[in-house]
Design a protein around this ligand. Structure first.
Ligand SMILES: [Zn+2]
Length: 112
């Protein structure tokens, strides 16, 4: 995983990823998510692999914005379902220690 390469269209890729769409690989085929590695600062690194070339790509998923954190905090206060602000209702936040994390993007969105 250490030799994963960077993509130049990360923004577009992440948009498709959050929407649950298939992501086209720059080498043809599709990118398959291999895993999510949470980072110390609350962000995460997603590892994708091309279904044709087997090249691996590392994409940084930026940490939660103030707005996203507030959204989750408000839902927590209101006793509503806690869902990922980026993935939507299909991705519920899970508790990891004291942190609320989305399993699909690995980002920390709040604390309990
Ligand atoms: Zn998410």
């Amino acid at each position: 995983m250490a030799n994963a390469v960077q993509l130049d269209n990360e923004k577009q890729l992440l948009k498709q990823y959050y929407a649950g769409q298939q992501i086209e690989s720059p080498n043809g085929g599709f990118l398959i998510r291999l895993g999510i590695r949470p980072r110390e600062d609350g962000a995460a690194t997603a590892i994708f692999e091309c279904s044709v070339s087997w090249i691996r790509y590392a994409v940084v998923i930026r940490k939660a914005t103030r707005t996203e954190r507030k959204k989750v905090k408000d839902a927590l206060t209101a006793g509503e379902d806690l869902v990922c602000p980026r993935h939507g209702p299909s991705a519920r936040l899970v508790r990891k220690g004291k942190e609320l994390v989305c399993r699909d993007c690995g980002v920390v969105y709040g604390k309990v």
